[in-house]
Design a protein around this ligand. Structure first.
Ligand code: HEM
Length: 119
């Protein structure tokens, strides 16, 4: 049997690093950075990390709302959604995540599109 995606991404430590990098990359991406103006960066990183840890087969540590409730009313465009996926790929590659794992993460993220875009 194959190890969980959680394990292959380096467990809670590895995922916390990737998620922290992802938020930093978002904050420098002009296509989406304004969305995060005034929000607490540590909270964003914690939300991203715990969501990933829980969603990839790790312990159930995510305490936030589901993706539809989180993004409802934000009027997020398809272009902004792709910017988030682009940033995710950069964060994964920066952390030397394998090709197979990059593909799995991107696929899972893409599958959430209908809960995020124009909801
Ligand atoms: C598959 C794509 C996405 C995933 C998995 C995702 C995931 C998340 C998660 C886990 C949170 C934290 C929720 C919490 O802690 O309660 C969050 C918050 C947020 N997301 Fe997303 N997100 C995605 C796409 C986007 C896009 C495309 C945008 C807009 C550019 C966006 C903007 C935000 C904002 C502004 C917040 C903060 C909400 C707040 O604290 O008021 N997200 N997202």
């Amino acid at each position: 049997m194959q190890n969980s995606l959680y394990e292959r991404l380096g467990g809670s430590e590895g995922i916390t690093k990737i998620a922290g990098d992802l938020v930093n990359i978002h904050l420098e991406n002009p296509a989406i950075a304004p969305r995060f103006d005034g929000l607490d960066v540590a909270d964003l990183k914690n939300g991203a990390a715990t969501f990933f840890i829980s969603g990839t087969g790790g312990p159930n540590v995510y305490a936030g709302q589901d993706m539809l409730a989180t993004h409802k009313g934000m009027n997020i465009s398809a272009t902004e959604f792709m910017a988030v996926l682009d940033d995710a790929l950069i964060a994964l590659q920066k952390n030397n995540v394998g090709q197979r794992e990059q593909e799995e993460v991107l696929f899972v993220l893409y599958s959430m599109r209908s809960d995020v875009v124009l909801v």
